[in-house]
Design a protein around this ligand. Structure first.
Ligand code: SF4
Length: 716
């Protein structure tokens, strides 16, 4: 008689997706505690049973052959060789300390990511700044949403996207700006499809994107004319008296100067600049006026601009002018990119001191020091350099050591050739990543193997401020460790481990961050730990303790687990409670198309199956099938004719900085005079121009001049 083995125990658990900022819940099915598959969580408030292809393939990308499974150290012959963790940690500390001794403490910097847990970001930012004496550190979140963060701070007094996703279902006019929502945030597009109010959907985008095709009105404006366009809409709203004067008087500051500013943006002028005729401009203003619930949404088409902050604020101004804020279906609403961009904005200790505090404020430093049980003197009194300043610092020989965590700047940074040269100048480059094959890891002196999403615990904060859980449902391969464990191990090796004795595990850190957040707009002191996040399907910030909630409730619609939006009582975070109208004169592109380079290069998301530099999505056979393998460029038929380029022909795309090969996708969806390249291919940023918003220091990825020519057979 044979004995039957006990049946394997099958359970499931819900965790938040680790790709984009939508923050969908994924139900992971487990056998004996190990993930065997997943389905979109039917009862998660964000996605209600839906997921895009990336979410479905979240587990598949963990099993790639190029996972970093052991530390790698470059030997004297220039080859990366396996070493054990003690040797890796000892080398990390010895080399960075030697650089600091020779060139000063600020000669070592770090570049992090919006893809790791909030608790890991907080530990990294605290280890480097309070323990290692590092001042300069930033995240790749600078590349996607810094402009929105600065816009909100200046306008509202705090970086506070005010909305809930439910607003997508409750608007009757939805204005989408520089956002191909169908492709970039498909689950949010699905939420619009659930809207029963038959909303007007106005898409503002130079390209006729998938989203523009589904709109009720598409404004194919000239690239970089968006700021002028929105000042022009404000002009019309004012001229027609279609404004909410009661709201403006009670809750804002700066209205009169703003009204004077937009007086110059007459319909005729705006039509000339934007290419949108006067009748259509008037129609847009009227739709906004007639809408009872109007919401304005934007993504990278606005943020990734040399005037991204002011453009975001021009949308905030429209919401303030018309009182479309703090009510269902309204808001000036920035949608972020990475799964934890919002965590980075508040808790990474880079541009802000932990919890949205200010490094320069002694009271804030004391509060954080007390909460962490450390000497206030360890906290720097200034925030460090932004990403581009760190790059410049390397070029200037001021930064000699760099630690890159979960980012791939050798692919994604603007004007890639310069960046690669910059990385080559470093005395010591450490890359901590789940893959050893990224363009940046391949240039490292030391590679630290990191666990991925699904292999560790922590929290992520999505675009609507919802704090959700990610969980360990799979074992990290080989010797890979969680980022949290790596940071703790480095603290011990560096000799500052005592500072972090309270930081035992991610949940202990979360409790510490709750304490630090007390009294801040992002106060989360009322969340009853990870258990509440699990039960509630995530919780939006703020969620202060009950007493604090009563004081704060003028800013909240209600204080429940349910979906909540900010500013219901019209009270903002500036000391006087008023929002600001912020505006400026529109600027100019640094490199406009010319006779030599007659086309403007636009970049952006390619397909729903691709994510950023494709380090993860290219590992899934399913996702590879859903996206073109070769780099392609969308070219208008008129430009293709002029350049003698035929459909699917290989062509050369050249800017002043480089030349790349791309297949011609000839389509009228891209306007004449422009071409579009998806950002996911390693070649794209060989062309882009290092140009930044002066307020947010976010790169302007969508303004450089290029030319095209067909490739001869021998050139392919
Ligand atoms: Fe994940 Fe974003 Fe796709 Fe949702 S939309 S499944 S969060 S990648």
């Amino acid at each position: 008689m044979t004995r039957c083995a006990a049946p394997a125990a099958t359970t499931s658990t819900t965790l938040v997706c680790g790709f984009c900022s939508t923050g969908c819940g994924l139900q992971v099915h487990l056998r004996d505690g190990e993930a065997i598959g997943l389905t979109p969580a039917a009862d998660y408030p964000v996605n209600a049973g839906m997921a895009c292809p990336k979410g479905w393939e979240s587990l598949a990308v963990l099993n790639a052959g190029d996972r970093a499974t052991e530390p790698l150290l470059r030997d004297a012959r220039g080859h990366l060789q396996p070493v054990d963790w003690p040797a890796a940690l000892a080398t990390f500390c010895r080399r960075f300390k030697a650089i600091q001794q020779a060139h000063g403490p600020h000669s070592v910097a770090f570049l992090s990511t919006g893809q790791i847990a909030t608790e890991e970001m907080a530990l990294l930012g605290s280890l480097t700044k309070f323990g290692m004496g590092v001042l300069h550190g930033d995240g790749n979140t600078r590349q996607c949403m810094a402009s929105a963060a600065v816009a909100y701070k200046e306008s509202f007094g705090f970086d506070a996207p005010p909305y809930s996703y439910t607003d997508l279902e409750q608007s009757d006019v939805i204005v989408l700006v520089g956002s191909n929502l169908c492709v970039a945030h498909p689950i949010l597009w699905q939420r619009i499809c659930l809207n029963r109010r038959r909303p007007e959907i106005i898409v503002v985008d130079p390209r006729k994107t998938e989203t523009a095709m589904a709109a009720t009105l598409h404004l194919p404006l000239r690239p970089k004319s968006d700021l002028v366009l929105f000042y022009g809409i404000a002009h019309l709203l004012l001229r027609e008296g279609w404004i909410d004067r009661e709201f403006i008087d009670a809750h804002t500051l700066g209205f009169e100067p703003f009204a004077a500013h937009v007086a110059a943006f007459t319909p005729r002028h705006v039509a000339e600049v934007s290419g949108i005729d006067e009748a259509t401009l008037h129609r847009v203003a009227e739709l906004i006026h007639r809408g009872r619930r109007v919401s304005f949404w934007w993504t990278m088409g606005v943020n990734q601009s040399y005037e991204g902050v002011r453009t975001a604020q021009s949308l905030i101004n429209l919401a303030l002018l018309t009182g479309n804020i703090g009510k269902p279906g309204t808001g000036p609403n920035s949608i972020t990119g990475q799964c934890n961009a919002m965590g980075s904005r508040l808790f990474s200790n880079t541009t802000n001191l932990l919890g949205g505090h200010d490094f320069a404020n002694a009271g804030h430093r004391q509060k954080v020091a007390d909460a962490l049980g450390i000497d206030m003197g360890l906290i720097p009194a200034e925030s460090g350099w932004a990403y581009d300043q760190i790059v410049e610092g390397i070029l200037a020989g001021k930064i000699k050591g760099l630690w890159v965590i979960g980012a791939n700047p050798a692919h994604s940074w603007i004007n890639q050739n310069t960046l690669r040269d910059v990385l080559g100048r470093l005395d010591f480059l450490v890359v901590q990543d789940m893959y050893h094959s990224t363009e940046t890891a391949q240039r490292a002196h030391l590679v630290l193997p990191a666990a991925a999403w699904g292999e560790k615990d922590g929290t992520l904060i999505n675009s609507e401020r919802r704090i959700g859980l990610m969980k360990k449902v799979a074992r990290a391969p080989g010797q890979a460790l969680t980022d949290f464990t790596i940071f703790r191990s480095i603290a011990e090796s560096w000799g500052c481990g005592k500072l972090f004795t309270r930081w035992e595990n991610p949940e202990a850190v979360f409790r510490g961050l709750q304490q630090i957040s007390r009294g801040q707009p992002c106060d989360i002191s009322g969340i009853a730990g990870y258990r509440m996040l699990e039960e509630a399907g995530g919780v939006q910030w703020p969620f202060p303790e009950a007493a604090a909630a009563r004081e704060d409730d003028a800013r909240l619609e209600n204080q429940t687990y349910g979906e909540r939006r900010l500013f219901a009582g019209g009270r903002f975070y500036h000391a006087d409670g008023r929002a600001r109208f912020v505006f400026d004169m529109p600027g100019r592109m640094r490199e406009e198309p010319s006779a030599r380079y007659p086309l403007l290069l636009l970049t952006g998301r390619g397909t729903t199956a691709q994510w950023h530099t494709q380090t993860r999505t290219a590992k899934s056979a399913v996702l590879r099938k859903l996206a073109p393998r070769d780099l392609y460029a969308e070219v208008n038929p008129a430009d293709a004719r002029r350049a003698r380029v035929r459909p699917n022909q290989w062509m050369m795309v050249e800017s002043q900085r480089g030349a790349i090969k791309a297949k011609a996708f000839i389509t009228p969806t891209v306007p004449a005079g422009s071409i579009f390249l998806p950002m996911h291919y390693r070649e794209t940023n060989q062309l882009t121009l290092a140009h930044f918003d002066p307020h947010s220091r976010q790169p302007s990825y969508k303004d450089c001049a290029v030319r095209i020519r067909p490739l001869e057979r021998w050139e392919r």
